[in-house]
Design a protein. Structure first.
Lengths: 306, 266
């Protein structure tokens, strides 16, 4: 005789089983064409490079050693690999600079949108969403036309008589930075807007009643209220900046590589797949650290606000 | 009282916002204007003409790449949306059960990993499979695109499901509707805007992809974005501007449709 509890438990087990069945196709596709291959990258990073690309199935820690060190051709001593480290450093610092600049530009913009009346708010959001959904390559290409020696910036500079010959903007760190700020700005504005939309302006009013200045209201009321948006936006900008490939390739040329381009090089001309694999995992590790930082911050702020 | 004290005002914010909108649209505007340039150069203006649109339209490579882009995006978006809808039904409106968090992590995984890393991983695995099986068709691109489209399709569908309570479905069951009938006549019509939004997001994301496609494609499998990336290495003519402008119009069309659908919901 089945009791009511047993019947309920059986129904629940069946429910869970059907839920697993339903989600299997999606899980399978993600495993086959995204997650699984990542595990194989880990394996590849410990193998020996083949002569014409690909790998030989022979264990070798060389790839990992050369991520950090350089083996001297003559006496086999190891020294820090300055070339790779400088590319890592450029990637991290350019990504941080991108994050800060998009925040400086995006914060007032999101605030502006959030304080408009409803119908104008929709139009503004629409204007931010269009570049967001426009092909990244097209936006980078558009930026290239602005930065060229004969592009708008240089034309205006010469028209104003500031310089008489074009300033070289393309193929510099500045070009890569400008391109990334341009390309990732919507990723900062949208989450900032989402948290600013919820600001209770009675709190701001209370601040002014207590004789706060505009800056004090901004610093002590508005910014603390939208911290989750700031953190989310920064993560959304920082992570794709770090892995950027198209923007540095088109705007930075051959000399201003970022990690993404360095990885590609190993699979192309470099013909060192294990090194490429090791560099990929290093990049992923940096991203994971950033994500952990994000998770820790959001859980903490959730706790603080109840 | 013209100068009423506005608690929402912050000094300088309006100017920065205006600057921001200006900066966002200046490069795009330049790109579009020079698509109509009657000159071989993308910077020296000679006069208005549609000649580069004509050139692009008659370029067999461009048309072929565009068709391929649409085919891949259509198949990948439909597959991603169907599987994501099933996954969303399985992961919402329930109390936590073992493996639920794991499912979230799995489905959102393509969003967490830098695209270049996924691209390299797929290059490694698919080049091996190509050697083993001898198959080098569009299947690789389609499966790669489906995988990274799934989280984009999943998000709006899940959001929509979470805003629907179970009372209507319970009512249908009380009236002896079978599970399948309940789904078909109650859940699906309510969920439809979410599914449509997910489908469109997935389609655009697939259409826009450069990095993963660049690494996974075999010879002669250029999509429109990878074709353009290849063109950027050479001297660029306004033909690229013309292609970009057409692409831009398409994006604006889809975003507008998306806005319309998500607005009707509220």
């Amino acid at each position: 005789m089945a009791t009511a509890i047993e019947v309920a438990e059986k129904a629940e087990r069946e429910d869970i089983r059907s839920r697993w069945l339903l989600s299997t196709p999606a899980l399978l596709i993600v495993f086959v064409a995204a997650l699984g291959p990542l595990l194989i990258v880990v394996v590849y990073s410990f193998l020996t490079p083949g002569n014409y690309g690909d790998v030989k199935w022979q264990f070798s820690p060389d790839a990992w050693v050369s991520v950090l060190f350089e083996r001297d051709v003559f006496d086999d001593t190891l020294s820090l690999a300055t070339a790779y480290l400088s590319i890592f450093w450029r990637s991290v610092s350019l990504s941080l600079a991108t994050t800060v600049l998009t925040l400086i530009l995006g914060f007032p913009t999101a605030y502006f949108i959030a304080t408009r009346p409803d119908h104008r708010r929709d139009i503004c959001l629409f204007l931010i969403t269009i570049p967001f959904w426009t092909n990244l390559l097209i936006r980078t290409f558009a930026m290239q036309q602005v930065l060229r020696n004969d592009g708008i910036i240089n034309s205006v500079l010469q028209l104003l008589g500031i310089t008489d010959h074009p300033v070289q903007l393309m193929y510099t760190n500045f070009a890569v930075l400008a391109g990334m700020v341009y390309v990732f700005l919507p990723l900062m504005v949208l989450p900032l807007y989402a948290s600013m939309e919820k600001i209770d302006f009675r709190l701001v009013e209370a601040g002014y009643d207590l004789y706060a200045t505009r800056f004090e209201v901004l610093r002590r009321i508005i910014i603390p209220l939208v911290t989750p948006g700031i953190v989310a936006g920064s993560i959304l900008v920082f992570i794709p900046s770090l892995g950027a490939y198209v923007t540095p390739r088109v705007l930075g040329g051959g000399t201003n590589l970022m990690i993404g381009n360095l990885i590609e090089l190993q699979f192309g001309q470099g013909r060192n797949w294990p090194l490429g694999a090791a560099l990929s995992i290093t990049l992923m590790a940096i991203v994971m650290v950033a994500l952990l930082f994000y998770v820790r911050n959001t859980t903490r702020s959730d706790g603080a606000h109840g | 009282m013209a100068n009423r004290f506005d608690v929402r005002r912050q000094n300088g914010f309006v100017s920065v916002a205006m600057l921001c909108f200006f900066l966002l649209y200046l490069p795009i505007a330049t790109l579009v204007v020079y698509a109509f340039n009657d000159n071989d150069s993308i910077v020296i203006w000679k006069g208005f003409s549609l000649r580069w649109f004509h050139v692009a339209w008659n370029n067999a490579l461009v048309i072929e790449a565009s068709i391929r882009s649409f085919q891949i995006a259509a198949v990948a978006a439909v597959l991603a949306t169907i599987t994501a809808t099933m996954a969303a039904l399985a992961t919402t409106r329930t109390k936590p059960y073992p493996g639920l968090t794991l499912k979230y992590a799995f489905i959102n995984q393509p969003l967490m990993v830098p695209e270049i890393v996924t691209a390299v991983a797929l290059l490694i695995v698919f080049s091996r499979i190509k050697i083993w099986t001898g198959y080098s068709g569009l299947g690789y691109l389609v499966s790669a695109h489906t995988a990274f489209c799934i989280p984009f399709a999943y998000l709006p569908i899940r959001a929509r499901l979470e805003s629907m309570d179970l009372s209507l479905e319970t009512a249908a069951t009380d009236l002896y509707a079978t599970k399948w009938k309940t789904f078909l006549h109650v859940t699906l019509p309510l969920l439809w805007p979410g599914i449509l939004a997910g489908l469109m997001l997935a389609f655009v994301v697939s259409l826009d992809d450069v990095v993963i496609t660049e690494f996974v494609k075999s010879g002669g499998q250029d999509t429109l974005p990878t074709y353009m990336l290849g063109q950027l290495r050479r001297t660029v003519t306004p033909e690229v501007n013309a292609i970009s402008t057409a692409f831009l119009l398409l994006s604006i069309g889809i975003v507008t449709a998306f806005f319309f659908i998500s607005r009707k919901r509220t």
